[in-house]
Design a protein around this ligand. Structure first.
Ligand code: NI
Ligand code: MN
Length: 224
């Protein structure tokens, strides 16, 4: 499978049989994304929470064949707009045709840009053919990340380092130590001045703790 990083918290997973899964597709209003919404398609869109920089272009990209996966309250908002949604909730997992999705806790908020309450924010664990990707969503550092890493062997951890709204670099390094992923990939930085952070500093600190880190370029795609 392939993992593409658009920038911010927006990723695309393409499975070996060409299913396309987008996570938090914030593209058109994202000054750092080299890819815009009209250039992508999705079989599934997984949303961590309802903030505008995460729902992003979901309603432009989703077609009749696209399933939006997220917590119940946000899924109901998507369904009320005529989109196909699969309601889940935190702690629950579900097997889809591409693999398994489990939602975890995340410490953050979640309202739509219209101010509508959209349930709790979530982290996302996606398991495809025995490999697991943990996209933490927007979150503070929390000690239960240790439990997440114990319950699921995390191969790839995608986590925010931009500070202000989420973990900054030092908290994110501790999060890596708690989860013990095979590879840490920083996200949610340098999109706006307020979340400016140097991913190379994060990488250096992660490596000093004995873990691997890859700083993906905005628009880069790697084979997992
Ligand atoms: Ni947010
Ligand atoms: Mn955010």
């Amino acid at each position: 499978m392939k993992l593409k990083y658009f920038s911010h918290s927006a990723f695309q997973i393409t499975t070996d049989d060409n299913k396309v899964i987008l996570i938090d597709p914030f593209l058109d209003d994202n000054p750092t994304s080299p890819v815009k919404s009209k250039e992508v398609r999705a079989d599934y869109i997984i949303l961590s929470h309802a903030h505008g920089d995460h729902i992003g272009d979901t309603f432009k990209i989703a077609g009749p064949q696209t399933t939006i996966i997220c917590v119940d309250e946000l899924a109901n908002i998507c369904a009320s707009k005529g989109f196909k949604a699969h309601n889940m909730h935190i702690g629950g997992g579900h097997d889809y045709d591409f693999g398994r999705v489990k939602l975890t806790i995340a410490h953050h908020g979640s309202k739509t840009t219209d101010g509508e309450y959209a349930g709790e924010p979530a982290g996302i664990i996606i398991t495809i053919k025995n490999r697991s990707i943990y996209h933490t969503g927007d979150t503070a550092l929390f000690y239960d990340m240790k439990l997440i890493g114990e319950m699921t062997k995390i191969d790839y951890m995608l986590l925010p380092i931009g500070d202000n709204y989420t973990m900054g670099i030092n908290d994110a390094v501790k999060a890596v130590e708690l989860v013990k992923p095979g590879l840490a990939i920083p996200m949610h930085y340098n999109t706006f001045p307020v979340i400016k952070a140097d991913p190379e500093v994060f990488k250096k600190k992660v490596e000093e703790k004995g873990y691997k880190c890859r700083v993906m370029k905005f628009g880069e795609e790697i084979e997992l």
